[in-house]
Design a protein around this ligand. Structure first.
Ligand code: PY5
Length: 306
């Protein structure tokens, strides 16, 4: 993955600041204890237009994540959406990009009670290409389990949760794989380090349910809708580890990962080891949808006039 490419402005606590000046104190609560929530959003350049994908749904999820941790965001959902659009405009971004809003507990007290620390809000936007190899990835089942919801709610996209993903990701990379698949505490398939997962068996799609400790992905919801519109049956049900080895096709979904085919898991080829036909059909439709090529999915896009 390429290093971050700078843009000119970052929005932080009500102001647009030059990229290099958007700084925080080292005693920021979130830096020490992971007390922040964030979002990852993509915007796509297509025919001279920029389309933000499912902006409102992402910002709504940000507010839900914040609510779980008693963080009152001092802006409305509509205000944050407007700031995202304004940030894309002021940075004059004319390529595919990634938007990273983050809400976190700032500097003030060092104890574990975060309630008196200020709520800070920042949003950055930067050019972004592929996150995982677009041809597909080789995965392992991680020896690290997905954090169970009774310890940390996976439905909150909280900064601290990602230390679990980081352990799994490092283990996968150091073992020669591209990505990790985490099981939940009961041994069922949960998700990738930063992606949801689908398998295809006998022409039907299966994806782990919310109670398998997944983040309820916005791309996952979009793929369920696209696959259903294409006439496929989609089931949300627990997936046993061995089903990963014997399925016909498998793929990841996520904002960063988009639709990434899974070619191999724990040394077993999935199907014939190449992207499967159903994955390809769904992926192509998704890629057209995000670029504003399909009228029925324009409802997911917010156009930014540049
Ligand atoms: N599961 C986890 C743990 C995630 O972090 C993500 C998104 C998803 C699933 C997919 O959710 P959505 O489809 O709503 O994006 N991960 C972030 C992303 O931007 C961060 C990854 C580096 O894709």
């Amino acid at each position: 993955m390429a290093a971050l490419k700078k843009t000119s402005w970052i929005w932080i606590d009500g102001e647009f600041k030059p990229w290099d000046e958007a700084k925080i104190h080292v005693l920021t609560h979130a830096l020490h204890y992971g007390t922040g929530v964030f979002e990852g959003i993509r915007a796509y350049m297509s025919d001279g237009k920029i389309y933000v994908f499912r902006l409102k749904e992402h910002i709504e999820r940000l507010f839900k994540s914040a609510k779980i941790y008693f963080m009152d965001i001092p802006y409305t959902i509509e205000e944050i959406c407007r700031i995202v659009i304004e940030l894309i405009r002021v940075n004059d971004v004319r390529e595919d990009c990634y938007i990273r809003p983050i809400v976190f507990r700032g500097y003030g007290y060092i104890g574990l009670n975060p309630l008196n620390n200020p709520i800070q809000v920042a949003i950055a936007v930067f050019p972004f290409g592929k996150y995982l190899s677009s041809g597909g990835v080789r995965c392992c089942v991680s020896s690290w389990r997905r954090i169970p919801g009774y310890s940390l709610p996976p439905q909150a996209k909280a900064c601290g949760n990602y230390i679990n993903s980081v352990l799994a990701k490092i283990e996968a990379l150091k073992s020669g794989y591209d990505e990790a698949i985490l099981l939940d505490d009961k041994g069922y398939v949960s998700e990738g380090s930063g992606e949801n997962l689908f398998i295809v068996k006998d022409g039907k799609l299966y994806t782990p349910p919310i109670y398998s400790d997944i983040l309820e992905g916005i791309t996952r919801a979009s793929i369920i809708e696209i696959a259903s519109d294409l006439g496929y049956e989609v089931y949300e049900r627990p997936i046993a580890r061995v089903e990963l080895y014997t399925c016909d096709e498998a793929f990841f979904t996520g904002t960063a990962a988009e639709i990434t085919p899974i070619l191999e898991i724990d040394g077993r080829k999935i199907g014939d080891g190449e992207e499967g036909p159903i994955t390809k059909r769904i992926r192509c439709m998704f890629e057209e949808a995000v670029r504003g090529k399909l009228p029925s999915y324009m409802k997911w896009l917010t156009e930014v006039s540049i």
